[in-house]
Design a protein around this ligand. Structure first.
Ligand SMILES: Cc1cc2nc3c(=O)[nH]c(=O)nc-3n(C[C@H](O)[C@H](O)[C@H](O)COP(=O)(O)OP(=O)(O)OC[C@H]3O[C@@H](n4cnc5c(N)ncnc54)[C@H](O)[C@@H]3O)c2cc1C
Ligand code: SF4
Ligand code: SF4
Ligand code: SF4
Length: 371
C-alpha cells in the first residue's frame, strides 16, 4: 500500500484526501492506526497531498508570549467542558462579523461546519473525546476567507493541516486544543453498541459535564451514567488512541496556532475548578485579539506549574504494554468493556462501585468512594 505519510503515522486530518485533484486517496481507519492509501492507477504524482500533510510538510511552531487562566460568564461556562473560553471567543468573534469553523456532533458524525449564526455555533461547545472528521471543511474555509475573517478551532494536527491547505492568510485565526490523543470513532460505536445504544440514533452526546465524568447520551431514552464509564477509563488512561498519537509532534509548549486552549490543571483556584478553568496560551497578536474581544475573567497562571500538570505540553502520551494488550483484545474480537477491564481492572471496579454508591445516594456525583 502506497501512503501519503509514514505507515501508521497518519492523524486522520483528511486534508490530503480533500486536496487531491484526482480524488484518489482513501483514508483507512484500522482502529489501531489510520492510513492515507493512494490509488496508484489514478495518481498523477503532483505531490499536492505531501505539501498538505502536516507529517510531511511540518508546521512552524511558536512559543507562547502570554499565558493566563480564566473562565467565561456562568451561562456559557455551564455548557462548556472547561472554563468556556472557546464558546466565549466564538460568540465575540461572530458578533464582530466573523465566521467560525469547528466540530459538532450530528447524525452519528463528529464533523466540522462553518457558520456566523450564534445559534448554530452553540452546538460546537463541548469536548468530543474521539477522532473528529474534518472532511470538506478545508475547502469551505478557503472559500470563506476570500470575503470574511474565519476562526478555526480544532485539534493541533487539524490546525496544522488547515494552515498547509490554505497557506498564509491574514484573516485566518486559529485555536488549537491541548490534546493527549484520540481514539477511532469505531471504538466509540463498539462501546455504545455493547451498552445498547447506536451512535447514529443519538440526538447528542456529552463526554464530560460539570457534574459527571461519564459518557452522557441525550436522546430522551438514555439515563445519565453516574461514574466514569469504561469508555472514559480507557480514554483517560491513554490505552485506545491511534498509533500516531503516541509520537504526536504537537505535544510541546511550542504551538501551531494563534491561541491554545486547555484545562488549567494544578490551579490554585480550587473553588472555581469545580466549574472548569481554561488555560490560555497566546502565541501571536491575533491570539491576543481573540482574548481581548471575549468576555472572560482572566487571572495570571504559573506556566511551569501548568506544564507540570499537563503532560501533553512537554511530551506525548506514552504507548504502554496496556495499550498493546487492549488493542490485541480488540483485534481478537473481544468486547470494549472486557478489553478495558483486562488492562484497567482496578480503575473499572472503583468506578463501578462509585456508580452504585451514587445511585444509593451514599456519595454525591463528583465525590469519591473514600467519603
Ligand atoms: C480529544 C481531546 C483531548 C484533550 N486533551 C486535553 C489535555 O490533555 N489537556 C487539556 O488541558 N485539555 C485537553 N483537551 C481540551 C479540553 O477538554 C477542552 O476542550 C478545552 O479546554 C476547551 O474547553 P472550553 O470550555 O473552552 O470549550 P468547549 O466548550 O469544550 O469547546 C471546545 C471546542 O473545541 C472543539 N472540539 C471539541 N472536541 C473536538 C474534537 N474531537 N476535534 C476537533 N475539535 C473539537 C469544539 O467544537 C469547540 O469549538 C482535550 C480535548 C479533546 C477534544
Ligand atoms: S500525488 Fe497528487 S494525484 Fe497523487 S495522490 Fe497525491 S495529490 Fe493525489
Ligand atoms: S494529510 Fe492528514 S490524512 Fe493525509 S496522510 Fe497526512 S495526516 Fe493523514
Ligand atoms: S495527539 Fe496529536 S496527532 Fe493525536 S489527535 Fe491529538 S493533536 Fe492529533
Amino acid at each position: 500500500m502506497k501512503t501519503v505519510c509514514e505507515i501508521n503515522k497518519c492523524n486522520g486530518c483528511m486534508a490530503c484526501a480533500d486536496a487531491c485533484p484526482k480524488k484518489c486517496i482513501k483514508i483507512r481507519d484500522e482502529i489501531t492506526a489510520f492510513n492515507a492509501a493512494i490509488d496508484e492507477d489514478l495518481c498523477i504524482n503532483c505531490k499536492i497531498c505531501e505539501k498538505t500533510c502536516p507529517n510531511v510538510n511540518k508546521p512552524e511552531k511558536i512559543k507562547p508570549i502570554e499565558w493566563k487562566q480564566g473562565w467565561a460568564p456562568a451561562e456559557i461556562r455551564k455548557y462548556s467542558t472547561s472554563g468556556g473560553a472557546a464558546s466565549a471567543i466564538i460568540q465575540s468573534f461572530i458578533q464582530d462579523g466573523g465566521f467560525v469553523a469547528s466540530c459538532l456532533f450530528q447524525d452519528g458524525r463528529f464533523y466540522f461546519d462553518i457558520t456566523n449564526d450564534l445559534f448554530v455555533a452553540k452546538k460546537f461547545a463541548g469536548s468530543k473525546y474521539v477522532k473528529s472528521n474534518p472532511t470538506g471543511i478545508y475547502k469551505k474555509i478557503q472559500e470563506r476567507l476570500k470575503t470574511d475573517k474565519v476562526l478555526f478551532i480544532g485539534l493541533p494536527c487539524q490546525v496544522a493541516a488547515l494552515k498547509n491547505y490554505v497557506k498564509k492568510q491574514d484573516n485566518l485565526y486559529t485555536i488549537d486544543l491541548i490534546c493527549h490523543g484520540t481514539p477511532s470513532v469505531k471504538l466509540l460505536e463498539k462501546y455504545l453498541n455493547e451498552s445498547g445504544y447506536r451512535l447514529d440514533k443519538l440526538m447528542d452526546i456529552r463526554f464530560r459535564t460539570k457534574t459527571n465524568m461519564g459518557l452522557n447520551s441525550n436522546n430522551h431514552e438514555v439515563s445519565f451514567l453516574l461514574a466514569m464509564d469504561h469508555y472514559l477509563c480507557a480514554f483517560l488512561s491513554s490505552v485506545d488512541y491511534t498509533e500516531n498519537c503516541y509520537s504526536c509532534q504537537f505535544a510541546s509548549i511550542e504551538r501551531v496556532s494563534d491561541l491554545t486552549l486547555g484545562d488549567s490543571w494544578g490551579t490554585e483556584y480550587k473553588e472555581q475548578e469545580k466549574n472548569g478553568i481554561s488555560l490560555l496560551l497566546t502565541q501571536t497578536k491575533k491570539g491576543k485579539q481573540l482574548i481581548c474581544m471575549a468576555e472572560m475573567e482572566l487571572q495570571n497562571v504559573d506556566l511551569e506549574n501548568a506544564i507540570a500538570n499537563n503532560h501533553q505540553l512537554s511530551h506525548p502520551s506514552i504507548l504502554t504494554d496496556k495499550r498493546v494488550k487492549f488493542m490485541k483484545k480488540i483485534e481478537e474480537g473481544k468486547s470494549f468493556k472486557s478489553a478495558t477491564f483486562a488492562v484497567l481492572p482496578k480503575m473499572v471496579l472503583r468506578q463501578t462501585i462509585k456508580g452504585i454508591l451514587i445511585k444509593l445516594h451514599l456519595i454525591k456525583v463528583g465525590g469519591s468512594i473514600d467519603e
